[in-house]
Design a protein around this ligand. Sequence first.
Ligand code: GLN
Length: 484
Amino acid sequence: MNLLELPVTTLAHLVQRGEVKAIEVAEACFARIDVTNDRVGAFLALSREETSLQAKSIDEKRARGEALGALAGVPVALKDSLVTRATVTTAGSKMLAGYVPPYDATVVARLRAADALLPGKTNMDEFAMGSSTETSAFGPCRNPWDLSRAPGGSSGGSAAAVAARMTPAALGSDTGGSIRQPAAFTGSVGVKPTYGRVSRFGLIAFASSLDQVGPFASDVRGAARVLEVIAGRDGRDATSLDIAPGRWERDCDRGASGLRIGVPEEYFAEGLDAEVEASVRQSIDQLQADGCVVVPVTLPHTRHAIATYYVLATAEASSNLARFDGVRFGARVEPSRDLRDLYGATRDHGFGAEVKRRILLGTFVLSAGHYEAYYLKAQKVRTLIARDFAEAFERCDAIVCPTAPTPAFLLGDKTGDPLSMYLSDVYTLPASLAGLPAMSVPCAPAKSGLPVGLQIVSRPLDEATMFALGAAVERHHAPRAAAL
Ligand code: GLN
């Protein structure tokens, strides 16, 4: 039995019952990482000793007759933008090379409390800015389905870890698609919860009004289990909602019959790859055969989403990244003539080209004289985009569409042209701007064998419908692991 091929819920069950020891899982996990990670580059750092100590303590707990948590012995990889006590956390940036945080992010603490294993930190685009994991300061991550291709981004390392079954689940963060798009590119399930569902305490901030932490897993039920563990009110994040997590795992058994699924015409337009379209339409037909009612809907402001996002996200980033100044933590370039020189030299050395581009753009759109023309206008368009969804949801229970316009692209294909990179977020940005829950679930692969993702967007806080539909889609397409 290959323990890492097992779904999250099965593995936890076996460990809870004592049929498999957590230490066996930990050993299998590192053995798998050792034969695959050199080729894939999913992990930036591994916590071998800590994980094996943790596994042993889980096994001892069971031996004492204590009940184990919901993720007993399940290895969960962590995006490197989630801070971890005593473990290097870089957010994919030279700025934080070697930085060891003094505390755990709330989601990390919740995983530990649920008896998950935390084998390591995953590769990502620098400060989560990118769609391919190529802006990482520590080298790109590769797509386990085809090592010449990108795993998507910015949470590419977490997606690749799950696709190659180095871990059955992982956490990522999604600001404009960074969980859903890599999930689509690597054939895994990826969930961005409703904004405010999951604490951002200890998530290194990119754009705070958009950032959400969420799970990757090899199957829909596994993603539901992980989300149940990490969701819920946290007093240390003022935007965290005081709403208890749902029973999403149970929703996976609900079936899709009777649900009205909205198909937005704007998401099936120019730029959509023909094979992606065919796979997504096939899944829609299958849902219809399962008893769903298909409703055409329109989201007319979709075409402004990219411009809106890249104004708002860069504005917030320019402010959030001001803290990296060489004084408090992270890199520092010395000798410096004076404080201003220290700031300049440190930031010039520590940040990569994409991060600098975003800081420049964001500072520009917030500057006096430009604020009204860009930032304020983008805020208004954001409201219109949210209103589009609210109107569509009067006619349907969830929206289904492609997650990304193409399957995984080749490494290097878009690095020279930031705009073409930004275009790969075209279908994920609108739900982010509207703060809605959204998931990517694998549908029929392309002829090349590359995975294709179907996106499901539901009403605010209605993750239940999203999971019910996701599980229904998955029933037609059993989870596949990349052969490596
Ligand atoms: N690709 C988008 C960007 O570059 C989204 C990234 C994200 O969700 N963190 O900003």
